[in-house]
Design a protein around this ligand. Structure first.
Ligand code: PLP
Length: 462
């Protein structure tokens, strides 16, 4: 008898279940590997993903906010193949290659202000580790060896390696603590539920003032750096006032503290400018970049610093205690060069601003749903906050059956995205208006369906 897909899994899916260890923690094993849950992708083009069963999905999250230029770009693959045929690897300790030099120069040109010195690595967490070590060593080289503390923001996400995890809100203390010593958390801008009960820009400004108080409280002579994501996705994609970031810049300068901006998601056009820092009118001392740097065609990331940060290292022979074997990998840098060329040639940054404005306007329609508390975003980085009650603004929680059902309803209709306390909309920058309309229609239908199932709870809480 010929087995059907309904009763038997394709062999690849079974192999994945038997041998792969998935990275996510928001779904349990049953959800992830259940008949409808597991998706082994076979191919993709632009914003569409196709799995081994032939099911098609709109990529509403660009993978993990990675694939900015869209899927299926042969041009990038060809640049990588060409480079692999020339030279794939040279020791990152003392040597480099043509595409790595070219990429460093391009990044010096396109990153804001005088950011101009690039330390390459392979992923976002490594970039954050790199930024931390640069900040600490640079402070010591300036004559401040006791400046080792880092100030990060509540609700933030900066990666999963232990240093980066120490700066990350959901760091699972019970398994992975104790963490890096000297980390403290401050409130993050949130115009929907501000920690101080303030509205609009006032709330952002209070968050900035809190940072200064924390530096003073810790003792400025002990603080190395403040780190934050310009528009924090993990914190719910709240867009702060430019004044917030400008105040942080002034505060850091006043106290000799480095400002690290984590543009791992925000960078490369995601927010409608090449880097989000541009919209806030600030230049950080250190910027971390990853994801959209290669649009996911190769694992590559970097920390980019200003001359003032590099100065001390230069005087010491430029050595930093930080050697990563794959940093500046020739094939990965070739991929990033080809990716940036596409991004600029096709005007995808401007397109992100335009399509993002359209997406945000369309998403506003969802406010008619009783479980939609807020709709916000910038560029192609938008979020719809989900609540039990618009009055109390209480979220359902990531593991609540409402959230799970909504996730299934959205995925079942062919839209891949993240449904946690907010539903995220961050498609590739090549997304069309038709695809945006389809995404919003799916979200609308899914909300209607799931709200009907949970009507009792919504009514009770409302
Ligand atoms: C803001 C931010 N920083 C750091 C990271 C860590 O990057 P990676 O997963 O490549 O290690 C992420 C990943 O999502 C991120 O969103």
């Amino acid at each position: 008898m010929v087995a059907t897909l309904e009763t038997t899994r394709p062999e690849l899916e079974q192999d994945a279940i038997d041998h792969l260890w998935f990275h996510g923690w928001d779904m349990d094993w049953e959800e992830l590997t259940g008949q409808e849950g597991l998706k082994v992708f076979a191919r993709a083009k632009d914003c569409t993903l196709i799995d081994v069963r032939g099911r098609e999905f709109i990529d509403g999250l660009s993978g993990l906010m990675v694939v900015n230029v869209g899927h299926g770009r042969r041009e990038i693959g060809e640049a990588m193949a060409e480079q692999a045929g020339q030279i794939a690897y040279a020791a990152s300790s003392n040597y480099t290659t043509i595409p790595a030099v070219k990429l460093a120069r391009t990044l010096a040109e396109i990153t804001p202000g005088d950011l101009e010195r690039v330390f390459f690595c392979s992923g976002g967490s490594e970039a954050v580790e790199t930024a931390l070590k640069i900040a600490k060593q640079a402070q010591a080289l300036r004559g401040y060896p006791k400046r080792y503390k880092i100030i990060t923001r509540r609700g933030s996400y900066h990666g999963m390696t232990l240093g980066a995890l120490s700066l990350t809100a959901g760091r699972q203390e019970e398994y992975f603590g104790p963490f890096m010593y000297g980390v403290s958390y401050v409130p993050s801008p949130n115009r929907y539920k501000n920690d101080f009960g303030l509205d609009g820009e006032d709330g952002d400004i209070m968050c900035a003032r809190y940072v200064e108080q924390e530096i003073i409280n810790q003792g400025p002579e002990t603080v190395a750096a403040v780190i934050g994501e310009p528009v924090s996705v993990s914190n719910g994609t709240h867009v702060p006032s430019p004044r917030y970031w400008q105040m942080l810049r002034e505060i850091c300068d006043r106290h000799g503290v480095f400002l690290i901006m984590d543009e791992i998601i925000n960078g490369f056009g995601r927010t409608g400018t090449l880097f989000a820092a541009e919209q806030f009118g600030v230049v950080p001392d250190i910027m971390t970049i990853a994801k959209g740097l290669s649009s996911g065609y190769a694992p590559i990331a970097a920390a980019v610093v200003r001359p003032g940060v590099f100065e001390g290292f230069k005087e010491e022979g430029a050595s930093i205690g930080h050697l990563l074997t794959f940093g500046g990998h020739a094939v990965a840098t070739a991929a990033a060069n080809a990716n940036i060329a596409i991004l600029l040639r096709e005007g995808l940054v401007e397109r992100s601003a335009e399509q993002g404005a359209y997406l945000l306007a369309q998403l506003q329609q969802l406010r008619a749903h009783p479980t939609v508390g807020d709709v916000r975003g910038v560029g192609l980085l938008c979020a719809v906050e989900l609540v039990k009650s618009q009055r109390t603004k209480e979220n359902w929680g990531v593991r609540h059956p409402f959230t799970k059902s909504l996730g299934e309803a959205v995925h079942g209709r062919g839209l891949l995205t993240r449904v946690w306390n907010a539903m995220h909309f961050a498609p590739p920058l090549v997304v069309t208006r038709e695809e945006i309309d389809r995404m919003v229609a799916i979200a609308d239908e899914a909300l209607t369906e799931v709200e009907a199932q949970f009507a009792g709870e919504i009514a009770e809480a409302g």
